[in-house]
Ligand binder design. Sequence first.
Ligand code: KMH
Ligand code: ZN
Length: 283
Amino acid sequence: MAGEPQPLIVTACLVGAETTRAQTPYLPITAEEIAEEARLCREAGAAMIHLHVREPDGTPSQSAELFAAAIRAVRARTDILVQVSTGGAVGMTADERCGPLTLRGALRPDMATLTTGTVNFGDEVFMNPRPLVRDIARRIRACGTVPEIECFDAGMVDEALALAKEGLVDLPAHFDFVLGVPGALAATPEALRFLAGKLPAGCTWTVAAMSRFELPFAELAIEMGGNARVGLEDNIYLSKGVLAKGSHELVAEVGKAAARRGRPLATPAQARALLRLPPPAAA
Ligand code: KMH
Ligand code: ZN
């Protein structure tokens, strides 16, 4: 007899480092804008946000102070889980990228990204040499949080398994398959099936597909038993030529697709258990 369908964890990537206000006026920038968007995403069915922050002029930042302000504002409004980026923007140093991993106590992030390899990123290069990946993995652990392993290409799954062998990442782990970045692995159903098939037993995964692939791949993940990430970091359109008025509109679309396929949406508490996260940060 088939078991109950696994609750779907929807992650909302509200900000990113590359999307600009010139592209969409709906991009949140200040802590209050981010917190309000996080609240709307939670209301629409998201269990977690993937968080980047910006300077007041919109410049991408990994400043611990800006992360602290955003996390404080988010947690004052909603119980949504907070996953911080350690990718930041192309060209940032390791110390810059790890700014949010210096937060402790009530501001400790619930999760942090860990990209396990270097990849072409449009016309730029997102640098993740092996020593840097190990450095970030250690800092994630020292922060008392756990990684979401970001794989922009297939070899990054193998590198994550190497990190597990070295004792720097615990298995089972949670993976995010980032598909459709120009210069990296394309968003195809075959690629997603191949990546999901590489994971050891008990691992969980999310798909984050770029631009017009975002919603169709969220639907494919729902069908495959995976999880989905959507939001303005990866895609600004609700449909062809129609801007999403915030990441929450994209989350709502995923919610409808999940309902059509009989997958309930995970609450933050359910997502915490499914992703094997530590207990909530102490107040
Ligand atoms: N902005 C990209 C260069 C992450 O958040 O960990 C890296 C990124 C991945 O967005
Ligand atoms: Zn990101």
